[in-house]
Design a protein around this ligand. Sequence first.
Ligand SMILES: NC(=O)c1ccc[n+]([C@@H]2O[C@H](COP(=O)([O-])OP(=O)(O)OC[C@H]3O[C@@H](n4cnc5c(N)ncnc54)[C@H](OP(=O)(O)O)[C@@H]3O)[C@@H](O)[C@H]2O)c1
Length: 378
Amino acid sequence: MLLFNLTKHNKIGLRNFSSVIKYSKEISINGVKENIYIKENFPSSFVEKTLGNKVIATLGYGPQAMSQSMNLRDNGHNVILGVRKSENPNSSWMKAIRDKWIPDQNLFEIDEATNKGDIVQYLLSDAGQIDKWSIVKSNLKDNATLYFSHGFGIVYNDKTNIVPNKNNDVVLVAPKGPGIFVRQNYLNNDHVNASWATYQDASGNADNTAIAMGFAIGCDNLFETTFHKETTSDLVGERSVLMGMIQGAFKAQYDLLREKGHSPSEAYNETVEEALRTLYPLISDKGMDWMYENCSTTAQRGAIDWAPRYYNAIKPIIAQCYQEVEAGMEARIVINANSSPDYREKLNDDLNKIKDQEIWQAYRVMRNFRPGLKKNED
Ligand SMILES: NC(=O)c1ccc[n+]([C@@H]2O[C@H](COP(=O)([O-])OP(=O)(O)OC[C@H]3O[C@@H](n4cnc5c(N)ncnc54)[C@H](OP(=O)(O)O)[C@@H]3O)[C@@H](O)[C@H]2O)c1
């Protein structure tokens, strides 16, 4: 444990003892100790001292780039955007102009913004990052920090070719939620948790920069990780419990109830509505044990007995998913699919197939009957 605290392994070798660890708080879960970095435990001047008047160049203007750059701007930092120029009203360039970024003042093309940045936030889509890497690499200043919100491009650099120069610091701050959540929470005087990591510490100051950036974009609690761990857990999570598995499980139960003669409204209520509106919020607020305790003894008995059967059935599938993610097979699929010129049309076709499933048709009708909710217009 001592060795772990004093040195940290990353792909370029051993990193010196982090100067920020003295402000961290140690937590222990079942005897496993971790250090977390909480904004209020740092000196109030930490962010200002670390970032000073450095130029932060945010590349892209998707949900993460929009939210992070707006939060940085509202927090008084020196932010510019790097976005590909377009007159399409749906393009990032035009969105940025609508958000009061001004061409040639704080809105530039990607190469120019990269060239001006002391900290370059590489927040294009993961496929866009591959496409623009040669431009970004050749325009990155010698001592600039390259910043990511997902480790994908670096971890799979045998496929992405994103290999930064050795003289650049390379860090990650990955908010635990989509970009829009980062902005909305900031506007509501709240914050979002994030993980952070240093991949390459050329300056000896990369940890400070990562943590200061995390606080500056509106993430007050930062959990240390590595690029590799962030990437594998993120890819497995979204393929499994967060998205893939939940859609598979909801649809399996809904379809089975329908095959057994239950009406759409009943199949929907017992599958989606009760889960999302009553039981999952209870799990979020008070934990699974508390939710179980507050259901009927009939429900408790059944759920206690059936949970291990699902565990045994599902864990091998998650293990397979993890193995395919680690082996780079999922990265290959994502890169191939999202690099093709018609990727958006193909993705929309797949999304429309989900939209057309009876379970989600039922959702659009049934949500009109939620107490206290506005009627939808679909
Ligand atoms: N940690 C987290 O919780 C979390 C959550 C979400 C995302 N992320 C990460 O954050 C990064 C950004 O994701 P996002 O969801 O905000 O955005 P996104 O939708 O993945 O990316 C959209 C942006 O990329 C630009 N782009 C795409 N291809 C391009 C190309 N070939 N050349 C130039 N620009 C291109 C788009 O510009 P145009 O409008 O011009 O097409 C747009 O500005 C990704 O690395 C993602 O994995 C992290």
